[in-house]
Design a protein around this ligand. Structure first.
Ligand code: 5GP
Ligand code: ZN
Length: 156
């Protein structure tokens, strides 16, 4: 029997690198599901939300699997630099009028994907205020690609 590699798991449980093969966002971390990535560092990955509420809506997640940021192991400190870097990049590239930083823990708070994530959401004056925050499917797929290039393309 050969030794397992560093990402193998014998069941749906955690792999040695802390990801799980039964988790959507772990599969985005390992690249087996594609994403429009906007940032990556040692502890975190950030990518555009596929159903963005506002132009530039980005998710920041820890590389290792934790269900959420509050009830289990602490992961917010290790992803804080990525949240900061992403928010500042979105401000620089998209010039929004405001930004929300939000994380939901457990279904009662609205969590639907159970790998911890922080929403970084640029806000624009034409859809201002808390009541306009949640607008799934506001950003069509073609627009996702355009905004992704605005955020990530190197400037000369
Ligand atoms: P929650 O509702 O748990 O706070 O946020 C989960 C977010 O993940 C939602 O905004 C949803 O649009 C996003 N999402 C779900 N599946 C995917 C996916 O496959 N790719 C990307 N990029 N985002 C996803
Ligand atoms: Zn996961």
């Amino acid at each position: 029997m050969s030794a397992p590699d560093s990402t193998a798991s014998t069941s749906d449980g955690p792999r040695q690198d802390g990801t799980r093969d039964d988790c959507l966002f772990c599969r985005i971390v390992d690249g087996s599901i594609p994403s429009r990535q906007v940032h990556a560092d040692e502890h975190a990955v950030a990518f555009l939300d596929i159903n963005g509420w506002h132009r530039g809506h980005t998710l920041v997640i820890p590389r290792r699997h934790v269900d959420d940021l509050v009830f289990g192991p602490s992961a917010l400190p290790e992803i804080a630099p990525a949240i900061d870097a992403v928010a500042r990049r979105l401000v620089e590239r998209l010039a929004p009028d405001g930004v929300n930083i939000l994380s939901s823990a457990r279904p009662a708070a609205g969590q639907t994907v159970f790998h911890a994530h922080v929403h970084v959401i640029p806000r624009y004056a034409d859809a201002a205020g808390f009541t306009n925050l949640v607008r799934p499917d506001e950003v069509p797929a073609a627009e996702l690609d355009a905004v992704w290039h605005e955020i990530t393309d190197d400037r000369t």
